[in-house]
Ligand binder design. Structure first.
Ligand code: S3P
Length: 178
């Protein structure tokens, strides 16, 4: 039992709408770390919004930019990082997540995710706003999220501040449900 947060970054992964950015910002504050949103880093580096990258060059180009943004974090001080929902899709990313820190998986159901997101503009993979398509996408990723996770936390019934507190606690106590 230790109260020290593990070395390296804390990566928040999970489906769109899981609350990674909201919870991550609160968690970063609690841990006294800088918060980084990986989608925002991609947009900063590329100069285009994520949806525009998808529209103009497709998902594969976006995924390559996402992997580059993740790799750039290797030299940063320990951060809290909210990753895009598809970060676990590439093996190279899964390897980097493991190497560079601790992975917290924020679980959410597809229905709850869509309800939270509301306006799907800006999320090209949900652009159809179709609940069964979102559920199928989540389903196809579940095993990857679970395999990547050092810590898993269910977000459906909790507020962001409670989730951040639970995560801080799990990190300090080497916790998680892996
Ligand atoms: C994606 C999730 C988005 C963004 C892109 C692709 C995905 O990030 O990276 O639209 O594949 O699930 P959020 O999970 O922050 O919405």
């Amino acid at each position: 039992m230790t109260d020290a947060v593990p070395p390296g970054h804390v990566f928040l992964v999970g489906f769109m709408g899981a609350g990674k950015s909201t919870v991550g910002a609160i968690l970063a504050d609690k841990l006294g770390r800088r918060f980084v949103d990986l989608d925002a880093e991609i947009e900063k580096a590329d100069g285009r919004p994520v949806a525009q990258i998808f529209a103009e060059q497709g998902e594969e180009v976006f995924r390559a930019l996402e992997s580059e943004a993740l790799a750039r974090l290797a030299d940063e001080e320990p951060l809290v990082v909210a990753c895009g929902g598809g970060i676990v899709l590439r093996a190279v990313n899964r390897r980097l997540l493991k190497e560079l820190g601790t992975v917290a998986y924020l679980e959410v159901t597809a229905g709850e995710a869509l309800a939270r997101i509301g306006d799907v503009e800006g999320r090209p993979l949900l652009a159809a706003g179709d609940p069964s398509a979102a559920a199928a996408l989540l389903d196809a990723r579940l095993a990857l999220y679970r395999a990547a996770a050092d810590i898993t936390i269910d977000t459906d019934a909790s507020e962001p501040a409670e989730l951040a507190a639970a995560l801080a606690d799990a990190l300090a106590h080497g916790g998680g449900s892996r």
